[in-house]
Design a protein around this ligand. Structure first.
Ligand code: ASP
Length: 439
C-alpha cells in the first residue's frame, strides 16, 4: 500500500499546522510521498505567501526595491522554522531569490518559491529527501504537461526513495525555466506524483471534510458527499464547487487511482472519496448541487430551422469568431439558445449578433441577461424515476420561474437556468426536497 499526500496552504500556514501534518503523516506508514503547498492564510484577512511573492515580482518588474517585501516573506518562513525548533535556515535561499528577481524578474519563478521553500522545511522536519519539482515535472512547448517524460523521470526518482517531499505547483518549461500551473495547482502535482508512482490512494488534505452537497454559503451546514465519481466531480467543479483544482483529476483518473479529500483539522473524518465508478448508491438520489450566476442566453429563432442543414454550425461560428466559449445549447424546433458567460459576451455582443445575422440569416436574435445556472448532479438520477419532477415542483413551490432546462442524455445532470436573483432560493428548494425531505 502506497499513498501520496498533498497538503494545502491552510494546512501549512504556520508551525502549529505543520505539527498536525507531521502527526497525520506519521500515523500511517503508507503515506510515503508528500506534496506541500505554500503557506496559506493563518487567519481571515491574512495574505497567502504565493500572493506576497507575486506582489514582489510585480515590484521587481517595475524596477522598484523589493527588499522589504522579501523580508516580510522570510518572516513567514522563519516563524515556522522557529516554531518547529528546527536547526535550519533559508537565509541563503532568500539572498538568491532576491538577486534573481532583481536580475531577471519572472512571475512563475517568483510564485513557485512558496512551495519550493515550504517543501524544504517540510523535508527537514520529516527527515525525508527533498526533490525539486523542476527536476521531475516537465511541460511541453504548448505549456501543457509532458506526461511521458514526467512519469518516466519521476517514477525512476521515486523508486529509489522510501519517502520524499515534492513541492506542489511548478515544474520545468521546455526551455528549462520554472513554470507554474494555474492557481491552486499543487493539487495537480499531487495527482501527477500519485500517477507516476502508482499510488493506491491520492490523499488531498485541506481545511474542509470533503465535498458538500451544496454551497455552505447558501445552505446552513449542508450534508457531506461520501463518494463521488470523477464524472460527477467534473460537473460539480465546472459549475463552481471548488475543493479541488479542476485539472487534478486527469493524472489519477487515467491510472484508476481514487482521491480521498481529507481535513487536516479533523483527520478522523472520512472525507470524500472520488472514484472512477462505484456501486454505492448516493445517499440522497442526487449527489450534489452547484451553480453560478452571470450568464446570458442568446435565443436565435428561424422558421423551419429544424430542416436547415448547417444552421447550428453557422450560429456557433459567430461565437467562435469572437473567441467566446459557449456553456450550453438547448434547442427547440425553430429556436436554439446559446448560453454564454455574461461578462465575456457583453463586450462583444453587437458584433456577435451581426455575425449571426450575416451567417445564419435568422428571423430574430434575442438576448436575456442575468441568468444563473444550477447543476443538479447525480449518478443515481439515471435509475430513479421522477427526479426532474421533484426538482421542478420544488422550484414551483418556491415560486422560482425556470428559464431554461438542459438535461444531457447521460442523465448525470440536469441544468436549470433561473434569474440571478432567484439563485439562492432555487438551490435551497432543491436541497430541501432531496436532502431534508427525502420522501
Ligand atoms: N500556492 C499556490 C496558490 O496559492 C498553489 C496551491 O496552493 O495549490 O495558488
Amino acid at each position: 500500500m502506497k499513498k501520496v499526500v498533498k497538503f494545502g496552504g491552510s494546512s501549512l500556514a504556520d508551525a502549529k499546522q505543520f505539527k498536525k501534518v507531521a502527526d497525520i503523516i506519521h500515523a500511517d506508514e503508507t503515506r510515503r510521498y508528500v506534496v506541500p503547498s505554500a503557506p496559506g492564510k493563518r487567519f481571515g484577512n491574512d495574505t497567502k505567501v504565493t500572493d506576497m511573492l507575486i506582489a514582489t515580482y510585480e515590484l521587481a518588474a517595475k524596477g522598484e526595491d523589493i527588499h522589504k517585501k522579501i523580508l516580510d516573506i522570510k518572516a513567514r518562513y522563519d516563524e515556522i522554522i522557529t516554531g518547529l525548533n528546527l536547526d535550519f535556515s533559508l537565509d541563503q535561499d532568500f539572498v538568491e531569490i532576491e538577486e534573481e528577481l532583481k536580475k531577471n524578474p519572472d512571475q512563475d519563478f517568483a510564485a513557485s518559491r512558496g512551495e519550493y521553500l515550504n517543501g524544504k522545511i517540510m523535508a527537514k522536519y520529516l527527515g525525508y529527501t527533498f526533490i525539486d519539482s523542476k527536476e521531475v515535472i516537465f511541460f511541453d512547448e504548448e505549456g501543457g504537461l509532458n506526461s511521458y517524460k514526467t512519469n518516466k523521470v519521476l517514477k525512476e526518482k521515486l523508486d529509489e526513495l522510501e519517502h520524499a517531499v515534492i513541492p506542489g505547483f511548478y515544474g520545468c518549461s521546455k526551455d528549462g525555466r520554472v513554470k507554474t500551473f494555474s492557481r491552486g495547482g499543487s493539487d495537480i502535482t499531487g495527482s501527477i506524483v500519485a500517477g507516476a508512482c502508482h499510488a493506491d490512494v491520492y490523499e488531498n488534505w485541506t481545511d474542509v471534510s470533503g465535498f458538500l452537497v451544496a454551497d455552505p454559503r447558501i445552505i446552513d451546514n449542508p450534508a457531506g458527499i461520501k463518494t463521488l465519481t470523477y464524472r460527477e466531480l467534473r460537473e460539480l467543479s465546472y459549475m463552481g464547487a471548488s475543493v479541488l483544482h479542476e485539472d487534478a483529476i486527469f493524472p489519477v483518473r487515467s491510472a484508476g487511482i481514487p482521491i480521498n479529500i481529507k481535513n487536516t483539522n479533523a483527520p478522523e473524518d472520512e472525507g470524500t472519496w472520488i472514484v472512477e465508478s462505484t456501486g454505492q448508491k448516493p445517499e440522497f438520489t442526487i449527489t450534489g448541487i452547484a451553480g453560478k450566476k452571470g450568464f446570458c442566453a442568446v435565443d436565435v429563432t428561424k422558421s423551419l430551422m429544424n430542416s436547415e442543414i448547417g444552421f447550428g454550425r453557422k450560429v456557433l461560428q459567430a461565437f467562435e469568431e469572437s473567441g467566446i466559449n459557449f456553456e450550453h445549447m438547448p434547442s427547440g424546433i425553430d429556436t436554439m439558445t446559446v448560453v454564454v458567460n455574461q461578462d465575456e459576451f457583453l463586450s462583444k455582443e453587437q458584433s456577435i449578433v451581426s455575425t449571426i445575422h450575416r451567417l445564419a440569416k435568422p428571423d430574430s436574435v434575442e438576448i436575456e441577461s442575468d441568468l444563473a445556472l444550477i447543476a443538479v448532479v447525480g449518478r443515481g438520477m439515471r435509475s430513479t424515476r421522477g427526479t426532474a419532477g421533484r426538482i421542478f415542483s420544488a422550484l414551483s413551490h418556491a415560486r422560482v420561474n425556470v428559464r431554461m432546462i438542459d438535461q444531457g442524455s447521460s442523465e448525470l445532470n440536469i441544468i436549470i437556468g433561473v434569474e440571478n436573483d432567484d439563485f439562492d432560493v432555487a438551490v435551497k428548494a432543491i436541497y430541501d426536497i432531496f436532502v431534508e425531505t427525502q420522501f
